[in-house]
Design a protein around this ligand. Structure first.
Ligand code: ME8
Length: 640
């Protein structure tokens, strides 16, 4: 039987329009769905909208409309957006769908009949933004820690789910399944939440206060609490309990969520499933937040990024590439259009776009646009390239499976840059003058390796992938099994016309040569320049790019007390693994301005890629200190 893969996004509230954050989670879900299809698996991808509850009712009241009209309008906006972002979900679920209402009522009745729902009274501090009560320990100065707004004290008679009863089971389950919640930092956070009592979960709202919800089957005076209703969408979506899809897919469920909704997914949901007599989902995959200019995106700050704007300006493939490449899954990242443009020009226009267009041009010029047969012997360079391509496939697959998506792309780009070097080293324009047989081998090897690149970028950039596959004359069947063998392209096929896959766009912020930087002087002819061995000239120094960075998030590295993993905004977001763990605890690093060498060749430390080096020095008493600034610097500015 084929392996199944079930991926879900949160169902989004319909009180607002889709923004960059929603697009990120949904694009990641789409990337995973496409990747698993490439592996030949049966895939089901669910997204949708969350339409009940106080928040929707309040917004509808403010807008002078009904909750249903508000939900219809905004739900449609999400539904219409996904095809434009090349998101191919299998179902779009709404919590107002009739089958969902029935499933929620059925589950409520079952859990009630089993004795896990009881009637009682509760008073607590409620956040309408989160649609949940905050515990005393979660509150910060009386405010919600996520929305930073005052909480409302609510006391009323309601129905409760016996969640606390399942706490010992949940702790044991999480400990017995180490990757149940990933990345690990979130697992630890959840285990922290479970250290003390978690209270029972209030799962109803009296109709006299809130009528916009699903009626409890055992008491018509109450509606169901929005989270209890919403989480069940993951079961309705695959036809629980009778549809064969439920049987095939549930055990493989992969939930993708942002860190803001960790608790409902990691605590409420597994205990609810346990009470229903169901196995938990397979994995909860938690990502960080996109911030804008180092602060949370919010309507009131006017910094909400419109995904359609980005897509229209840079193309959907490039936009998706940026989202996947510039966020370390699990950590926060900073969104800036400048960073997007920088990535676009460097990775896409320069590295990938040029590679494909110059290669296709050469086949057109030297072989009339027909892929030549590689009849001559392969040399070391060809073999190295082939081995690298095969290794990159392995590496990429492992990283995609462990959700290190940006690292998977880095692996593909190591192949792209090796290919560009291969062209420079083999110099096909020279071979064309003297050795057509060797040239045929080189061009074939090149096009075949480009086929690898095209397939590997498919999950992230499906449009560009198809264009490149067309150019190299590969068939339309997409499967990663085609990457087990090097040499599948058929000689004699026509190679497509070279085209600009990524037209260059203007840089928004110049990060080029420094103003007033002196030109590197050539030594006068006939005179040998004398230089002390450790002296460099200004030109050499100019090649080192040192920038102001701001630490967005920091975490410990498993099995190392010396290393910390950082997500740093240097105008774009990069990951740095730094040996400052003994001098600084991760929490004290967040928000610090640091000096970072940003154009170092990426390295891997304890299996973690590091894309830069921060500058630190010794303190007078022999400890370590970060190099800092005595006035607030501009993030991304060059240090000179
Ligand atoms: O919480 N960066 O819906 P929601 C990254 N209805 N991702 C972000 C983000 C940001 N700045 N902002 C939002 C709800 N997201 C509930 C879910 S599920 C049963 C019910 C993404 O509209 C991220 O996935 O507030 C986050 O978890 C989700 O949107 C919250 O969407």
């Amino acid at each position: 039987m084929k392996q199944h893969f079930y991926v879900t996004t949160p169902i989004y509230y319909v009180n607002a329009r889709p923004h960059l954050g929603h697009v990120y989670t949904t694009v990641i879900a789409d990337v995973l769905a496409r990747f698993h299809k490439l592996l030949g698996e049966e895939v089901f991808f669910l997204t949708g909208t969350d339409e009940h509850g106080d928040k929707i009712m309040e917004t509808a009241r403010d807008l002078n409309t009904t909750p249903k009209e508000l939900a219809d309008d905004n739900s449609q906006r999400f539904r219409d957006l996904w095809p434009l972002i090349q998101v191919e979900n299998d179902r779009f679920i709404r919590t107002t769908d009739q089958d969902h209402v029935k499933t929620v009522q059925r589950i409520l009745q079952e859990v009630y009949d089993r004795g896990d729902i009881y009637f009682g009274e509760y008073g607590g501090h409620y956040c309408t933004g989160c649609e949940r009560f905050m515990t005393e320990t979660e509150m910060v100065d009386g405010n919600c820690p996520i929305h930073q707004k005052p909480l409302t004290f609510v006391q009323e008679q309601n129905y409760f789910f016996r969640m606390e009863k399942y706490r010992p089971w949940l702790i044991e389950y999480i400990q017995g399944h180490p990757d149940f919640i990933r990345p690990e930092r979130y697992k630890n956070e959840v285990l922290g939440m479970l250290r003390g009592p978690i209270d029972d979960l209030c799962i109803s709202r009296p109709k006299k206060r809130l009528s916009w919800g699903i009626e409890l089957p055992f008491d018509p005076n109450y509606v169901c609490y929005v989270w209890f209703d919403a989480l069940i969408n993951y079961l309705t979506g695959i036809g629980y309990p009778d549809d064969p899809r439920f049987r095939d897919y549930w055990a493989q469920a992969q939930h993708l969520v942002g860190k803001d909704i960790l608790k409902p997914h990691a605590v409420y949901w597994p205990t609810m499933l346990k009470a229903m007599g169901l196995e938990p989902y397979r994995n909860l995959n938690v990502h960080g937040f996109w911030n804008v200019d180092a602060t949370k995106m919010s309507k009131s700050l006017g910094n909400v990024v419109d995904p359609l704007d980005m897509k229209n300006k840079y193309g959907v493939d490039a936009f998706r590439y940026f989202l996947v490449r510039d966020m370390v899954f699990g950590l926060d990242s900073n969104f800036s259009e400048e960073a997007l443009v920088e990535r676009y020009n460097a990775d896409l226009a320069n590295d990938l776009g040029n590679l494909v267009s110059r290669s296709a041009k050469m086949v057109a010029k030297y072989f009339g646009g027909v892929l030549p047969s590689p009849d001559g012997p392969a040399d070391d360079m060809d073999r190295e390239l082939r081995d690298l391509a095969l290794r990159v496939v392995q590496d990429y697959t492992a990283k995609m499976n462990s959700l290190e998506l940006h690292t998977a792309l880095m692996a593909v780009w190591s192949l792209v840059s090796a290919l560009n070097k291969y062209i420079d080293r083999t110099a096909p324009w020279e071979l064309a003058k003297k050795d057509m047989q060797r040239l045929a081998v080189v061009m074939y090897t090149l096009m075949e390796a480009i086929r690898f690149v095209a397939l590997l970028v498919f999950p992230v950039m499906p449009g560009i992938s198809r264009k490149i596959l067309d150019i190299v004359g590969a068939g339309a069947d997409l499967s990663l099994t085609d990457l087990g063998t090097f040499g599948l392209l058929r000689p004699g096929t026509s190679i497509g016309q070279a085209q600009a896959l990524f037209p260059r766009v203007e840089k928004i912020v110049a990060t080029g040569p420094l103003p007033g930087e002196p030109e590197e002087k050539k030594p006068a002819r006939g005179k040998k320049e004398e230089k002390a061995p450790n002296v460099i000239d200004i030109g050499e120094f100019g090649r080192i790019e040192i920038k102001v960075g701001r630490i967005l998030s920091a975490g410990a590295v498993e099995k190392s007390d010396k290393l910390v993993i950082l997500s740093v905004d240097v105008g774009r977001t990069i990951q740095i693994v730094a040996g400052i763990g003994k001098a600084y605890a991760p929490e004290e690093l967040v928000g610090k301005h640091i000096a970072v060498v940003t154009n170092l060749k990426p390295a891997t430390l304890m299996g973690l890629p590091s894309e830069g080096m921060l500058l630190a020095t010794d303190t007078a008493d022999g400890k370590l200190t970060l190099v800092g600034f005595d006035r607030p610097p501009r993030v991304g500015a060059r240090i000179r």
